[in-house]
Design a protein around this ligand. Sequence first.
Ligand SMILES: *[C@@H]1O[C@H](CO)[C@@H](O)[C@H](O)[C@H]1NC(C)=O
Ligand SMILES: *[C@@H]1O[C@H](CO)[C@@H](O)[C@H](O)[C@H]1NC(C)=O
Ligand SMILES: *[C@@H]1O[C@H](CO)[C@@H](O)[C@H](O)[C@H]1NC(C)=O
Ligand SMILES: *[C@@H]1O[C@H](CO)[C@@H](O)[C@H](O)[C@H]1NC(C)=O
Ligand SMILES: *[C@@H]1O[C@H](CO)[C@@H](O)[C@H](O)[C@H]1NC(C)=O
Ligand SMILES: *[C@@H]1O[C@H](CO)[C@@H](O)[C@H](O)[C@H]1NC(C)=O
Ligand SMILES: *[C@@H]1O[C@H](CO)[C@@H](O)[C@H](O)[C@H]1NC(C)=O
Ligand SMILES: *[C@@H]1O[C@H](CO)[C@@H](O)[C@H](O)[C@H]1NC(C)=O
Ligand SMILES: *[C@@H]1O[C@H](CO)[C@@H](O)[C@H](O)[C@H]1NC(C)=O
Ligand SMILES: [Cu+2]
Length: 783
Amino acid sequence: MKAISVGLCILGALSSSFAAPAPKVNAVHHPKLSRPQFRKRNGYSNAVNVTSTAPITSAPKANVWASLSNDEAASVISFLHDQPSLNLTAAQGSGEWDNAILVVDLAHVNKGEAMSYLSGTGPAPDRYAKATISFGATEEPYYQDFYVGPIGGNMTYTSYDWVTTTGTAKIRNYDADYSRQYERWFNLSMEVEDIIQDLLNATVADLDIWGIDPLWHEEGRVINWLTYWRQVDGFDASTLQPQGLFFKWDGTGRDPSGWGLIGWLYNDVYYASTEEFRAAWQAGKIEKATPNMGGDWVTTDKTGPDLPFDTLPPPVQIQPAGQRFAVDEEQKYVEWGDFTFYITFTRDTGLRLFNIKFKNETILYELGLQEAIAHYAGNDPVQSGIGYLDSYYGFGPWSFNLVKGMDCPTYAHFLPATWHADELSKTHPMAICLFESDMGYLMQRHSSSEYVSATKNIGLVVRTVATVGNYDYSFDYTFYHDGSLETTVRASGYIQSAYYSKNDDYGYHIHDGLSGSMHDHVLTFKADFDIMGTANTLAMHSVVPAEVKYSWANATRSTMKLDKKYLENEDQSKIGYDHNGQTMYVVVNKDSVNKFGEQRGYRISPKIGGAHHLTIQESPNLHNAQHFATHPLYVTKQKDTEPNCANPYNNLDTRQPLVDFNKFFDGESLVQEDLVIWANIAMHHVPITGDLPTTTMSFAQGSLVFSPHNYLYHDASRQTAQQIRIRYNNENVTEVETFGAKPMEGMVDLAATAFDLWDYTGDVAVRKFPYDPLNPFNDTVSI
Ligand SMILES: *[C@@H]1O[C@H](CO)[C@@H](O)[C@H](O)[C@H]1NC(C)=O
Ligand SMILES: *[C@@H]1O[C@H](CO)[C@@H](O)[C@H](O)[C@H]1NC(C)=O
Ligand SMILES: *[C@@H]1O[C@H](CO)[C@@H](O)[C@H](O)[C@H]1NC(C)=O
Ligand SMILES: *[C@@H]1O[C@H](CO)[C@@H](O)[C@H](O)[C@H]1NC(C)=O
Ligand SMILES: *[C@@H]1O[C@H](CO)[C@@H](O)[C@H](O)[C@H]1NC(C)=O
Ligand SMILES: *[C@@H]1O[C@H](CO)[C@@H](O)[C@H](O)[C@H]1NC(C)=O
Ligand SMILES: *[C@@H]1O[C@H](CO)[C@@H](O)[C@H](O)[C@H]1NC(C)=O
Ligand SMILES: *[C@@H]1O[C@H](CO)[C@@H](O)[C@H](O)[C@H]1NC(C)=O
Ligand SMILES: *[C@@H]1O[C@H](CO)[C@@H](O)[C@H](O)[C@H]1NC(C)=O
Ligand SMILES: [Cu+2]
């Protein structure tokens, strides 16, 4: 993941003019921009067939969470460049000693304002941006978030302090000179190239150099541990090629004279200087370990003989009557069955859903990813020093286009996603797909000797896939007709592995010179439930063993009962699941009871996967930046000052992160309050030979399901016409009921269900400063 460089990267030609044309800005009802035209101009018209026969709809209200339009982002960037005190350099020409804008995104929209707009009692909230600026023109470089707006009005900017727990939106950047340090590491490696050639059978040019993340702090020094990764031609497999030679580097301060090598490590032996390392090598005292060489085993292509019948076309999904849900393309608003919701997309965490309604009642105000941790362990300083906080790299930039017919059925409805970084607006034309799918098992069935009833389980899936470095995370939000909603994460891609050397306690030996480096994944989701209003309580109804003496029996009996408890306050709201799943966690509204006196609610349950939190509870890498990942589930009171449990730049200084989630817990009452659930999907990943070359999604997955709990008077899926009832009398059918479902008819052009793979595209970029919306260009290099 360190292979992804974050920050200022120089793309395209330098423009000589800084005179940005005054952008046209529309506050909330931003009309379609030039996207369709530029898609056409760039030859993307075939890639996105969203203009087919798909039903369209009109969102009842504008999408107040919509990502900044290109014009809005341009106006924010232009405004910031007009502020002399920021001393900004245009991102395209900037270096490590400049101040430059990194990311511009929509700022948090206050929930109260959004809700009063949705309910028709208030105006649309003004649009404000969150702008992250890297201040490099100083001995103590830092990043700072600013709150900028109102866009389209008289803009001002102010430090975005109130969404942090430190009280300041500034965070020190100890990694400001990455590229200058890389040059030193390269030169240092050249000094020992003869040793590298002997030990690793590689030249320095064959190798990439990267190491721990985040950086380590030791006795006032900023410490990096670096290692070598063999580059692989044609495949992105260098994380399978760790070479087992490490060096410890002092990267403190900005003055290169303060930087330098501290020591070398090879095969678990430490050498305190290059001279010591060289002397040991010359004396033949270095015990060589098995080299880790590339080969076909790192490539994903088909290997081995054909499987029986396997070259024939497999079953495919088709949509015989066209799309059966409606989309408002402009507002990114979707109606499917009795569900409606809005979609947005951010650089930091990718896809987010807002105002998810079922049967015209809000269930969730907000649902989306907050952070993904990948915490490694090992006997070497690099694996032992890695705890990725992936929002630092961002999920937006890495949500590459989906492959039609592979990631999503050919008939899926694709939506573009745009984010604004390094003064470019980038669009993945096909980053999001929505499709109905037969879930492959029935929603319901029942048979007797006289009849059988059965209901298809047709769900709506909203999918994006983010490849953050070596790993691919596939994210699904699946809506079901019974009113439930499932959040699923599946992982694939290349593992980050370790060199095999005395590390059997940290995983398995999975190839010559290769250990599958054990690690935990924790993906944290924010679920802001509103069940019949915002006054909600978390019910914890447990199935508990009991000894009961009944009136109708003399002896007591061992049995079980339902113990109905409720979460009281934030002192109790870091929740651990019991090992046997005996407790139901249900967000209820105690004041909204049904006619039987039962509270209406939505239950939160882990569905797929048995892991829910980090193994390491006090990480020396992540310090105060992992407190949302130590438990399965957390509940806090909703606050506009606590919109996120993590800040993407926490990674820069995990001891003093911008957001320390622990600070959200201050004993406040959680009874009939506006609750936010922070729930984890985790995977303990100890890679095995089956992870070579890439991890398979059949096993690497986890999900959470949110389901109605005494919410309606019966199963909502009874409403679908996609069910049957057959009455029969011994061998003869006497009645067939299809409930108005139209029979399938017509012919399928199978060739039309195949997608032309040559149509797959990269991203489209628009330069922001100077603003150049009429000259988009292709650029798949993310920030
Ligand atoms: C897009 O949809 C239209 C209308 O259904 C259809 O005529 C056209 O062939 C489709 N194009 C592609 C490339 O699938
Ligand atoms: C402004 O930034 C430039 C580098 O881009 C730097 O040389 C200069 O010292 C900075 N000016 C101030 C006043 O900080
Ligand atoms: C914009 O804001 C500035 C600073 O608050 C103020 O001086 C100026 O008069 C405002 N302009 C308008 C058109 O409101
Ligand atoms: C790295 O080595 C090259 C070639 O010797 C030299 O030109 C360059 O200045 C060195 N870079 C650093 C940062 O020492
Ligand atoms: C060194 O690498 C070359 C190919 O780059 C290979 O042919 C050779 O077998 C390797 N030597 C060892 C000792 O692995
Ligand atoms: C949905 O609820 C809104 C109030 O939230 C109401 O104005 C509207 O009439 C309802 N629509 C239907 C179809 O019930
Ligand atoms: C309970 O025990 C008493 C005494 O042995 C007996 O008379 C009575 O019938 C028993 N009651 C029940 C409900 O079994
Ligand atoms: C089933 O239907 C066949 C043909 O209509 C008829 O001959 C037969 O008697 C029926 N059997 C029963 C058990 O009703
Ligand atoms: C972008 O790529 C497409 C497809 O390869 C090509 O047709 C088009 O000319 C490119 N546009 C630019 C601006 O490079
Ligand atoms: Cu993994």
